[in-house]
Design a protein around this ligand. Structure first.
Ligand code: NAP
Length: 518
């Protein structure tokens, strides 16, 4: 029997009525669950979060909120194996892919839990030092940052049903703001189970977390001026949400994490057979196949000096050829299917568009040879490598093909040409530079920084330590300018700012110092 997923609103699990959306197993194409949000009272759910969850969280100190996040991470970690299996079932994740998502969620919660203990026994932040504002030193100004009295609405993409929830919720809850999470419907099985685990563990106050499992319905119509909305997904949905008139009128802060054509640039100094060359090939090919390329941070454009093109192409093909594609539940399989039928269609169409502008050098958009039984109806696309003639304008800088697809781009080996070409992507989440040449490294980093939210520097001295550009770390900011959405999340304490109101307080020094607790 198909499972029916429930939302968790106003402190109880509720199912919608009417026609439900179906969630599928992308490996074999069968239905695994259904969910509906029709008939749910989202206005009442937001009121409950604002009036019950908000005050409860604001009464806790950062230390206590951090302890709560630690308890959430532990509760979820206890059910790790079950969550890994659900990620395989509903998202086509291999065990490694699923760990990336689920351990990423619990690890980020644990990180912000520890940050809570560093922020101490206080309920709001003091921002910077006080300023003397008059000739009399007793008249001062001090900035403080207090939790907003609304709800943090988190709308997430299909590719990280666990991490997407965890990374956003950890920051908002530590700030003292209740969360309403709306995962992408197609892969919401994992998120729905995470909520069941958290509610059963009884580790969060009533109203502090809510789940809308399925279509957003009229959710955004109920937002108020104290709420904040963080969205992750496609640029088109992001633009539509950002432009909603009620959000604009009320000044609701909106953070958008959208799509991105991330780049990896190999420096002209990097020779075949060196540790830096191997690191480049390892990290670029991992981004092709991990989560079947469905990572917002995955490398899409691979820049290689023209004279090194043959050796890089050969090395990348040798690496991806070793990737066994098929049933993600099998141990030997390194890459599963795409998450949805729509994804399958979009990725195949995208490969044809890219191929028309260049050529296929490995794979063709088909599934290739698959490992496992009964996979005929699965949404498989094998690793696909393309190549264009040069770094100039073209579809490779415009079209994000969200699958195991990358394009080799030869360039003349100069930082100027590489930077100008990366910039054609109109803003990215992350770009990487692989070099042991200090001048090339600094020209690239300073040239690329305005176009990227994060930069990853590879070289022989860090080859053994790097998690690769695709891993988002809670200490560092995540987000990017331009088409990447112009948003910013995480970054340790910086991330809290989105959920806090910074207020300038002016007045008598001893009184302000008493209020601020300094
Ligand atoms: P999507 O189709 O834009 O959907 C994203 C989310 O928006 C889903 O939860 C979706 O819900 C919801 N949504 C759609 N229409 C809505 C509306 N009218 N009102 C409120 N919510 C609405 O994107 P996707 O296909 O899930 O994700 C793939 C994209 O996300 C890729 O482009 C990828 O690059 C990007 N991404 C970016 C990041 C990042 O951090 N920058 C991370 C991951 C993914 P339903 O599922 O119910 O339609």
């Amino acid at each position: 029997m198909t499972r029916v997923l429930k939302s968790y609103l106003s402190g109880r699990f509720v199912a919608g009525t009417g026609r439900a959306a179906t969630l599928f197993d992308p490996t074999r194409g069968g239905a695994v669950a259904e969910t509906s949000t029709e008939g749910l009272d989202l206005g009442a759910a937001l009121d409950h979060a604002r009036s019950v969850g908000g005050p409860a969280l604001r009464a806790l100190t950062f230390v206590q909120r951090g302890e709560m996040l630690g308890a959430m991470a532990s509760a979820l970690h206890e059910h790790r194996d079950e969550l890994l299996e659900l990620a395989c079932l509903n998202a086509g994740n291999t065990r490694g892919d699923a760990k990336f998502d689920i351990d990423g969620a619990t690890g980020t919660m644990a990180f912000f839990g520890k940050l809570g203990s560093k922020l101490g026994d206080r309920t709001f932040l003091v921002d910077g030092d006080s300023e003397q504002l008059a000739r009399n030193p007793r008249y001062i100004g001090q900035h403080i940052a207090v939790p907003r009295h609304g709800v943090a609405i988190h709308i997430n993409a299909f590719n990280f049903p666990a991490w997407g929830f965890g990374e956003k919720a950890a920051v908002a809850l530590l700030a003292g703001v209740p969360v309403l999470c709306k995962p992408a419907t197609s892969t919401s099985l994992v998120t729905a189970r995470m909520f069941e685990i958290l509610v059963a563990a009884n580790v969060v106050p009533d109203g502090a977390i809510s789940l809308l499992c399925g279509s957003a319905g009229d959710l955004l119509d109920h937002l108020g001026p104290q709420d904040a909305l963080a969205f992750t997904g496609s640029a088109d949905t992001g633009a539509m949400i950002r432009g909603k008139s009620n959000l604009l009128k009320l000044g609701v802060p909106v953070n958008v994490e959208a799509d991105s054509l991330n780049s990896a640039v190999m420096g002209p100094d990097v020779q075949d057979g060196t540790a830096t060359f191997d690191m480049f090939v390892r990290e670029v090919s991992r981004d092709m196949t991990q989560k079947a390329g469905q990572k917002c941070t995955a490398v899409r454009r691979i820049y290689v000096p023209r004279e090194a093109l043959d050796s890089v192409r050969e090395a990348l093909i040798a690496e991806v050829q070793r990737t066994q594609v098929g049933d993600p539940a099998l141990k030997q399989v390194r890459m599963g299917p795409l998450a949805t039928k729509q994804q399958h269609r979009d990725v195949q169409a995208g490969i044809q568009q890219l191929a028309a502008a260049g050529r296929l050098v490995y794979g063709d958009g088909g599934p290739g040879t698959l490992e496992g039984e009964g996979l005929e109806n699965g949404y498989f696309v094998g690793p696909t490598l393309l190549e264009v003639d040069g770094p100039g304008a073209g579809v490779v800088h415009d079209l994000e093909v969200f699958g195991p697809v990358q394009t080799l781009i030869p360039y003349d080996g100069s930082a100027a040409e590489a930077v100008a070409s990366v910039a054609l992507g109109r803003g990215s989440l992350v770009s990487s530079v692989y070099t042991d040449d200090k001048d090339f490294a600094s020209d690239m980093i300073l040239g690329l920084a305005p176009y990227n939210g994060r930069l990853h520097l590879g070289g022989r001295k860090v080859a053994e330590h790097s998690p690769g550009p695709g891993t988002v770390l809670p200490q560092m900011v995540h987000g990017g300018p331009g088409r990447a959405g112009g948003g910013e999340e995480l970054g340790g304490e910086r991330g809290l700012g989105f959920y806090l109101q910074r207020t300038a307080v002016q007045g008598l020094k001893p009184l302000i110092e008493r209020i601020a607790g300094v």
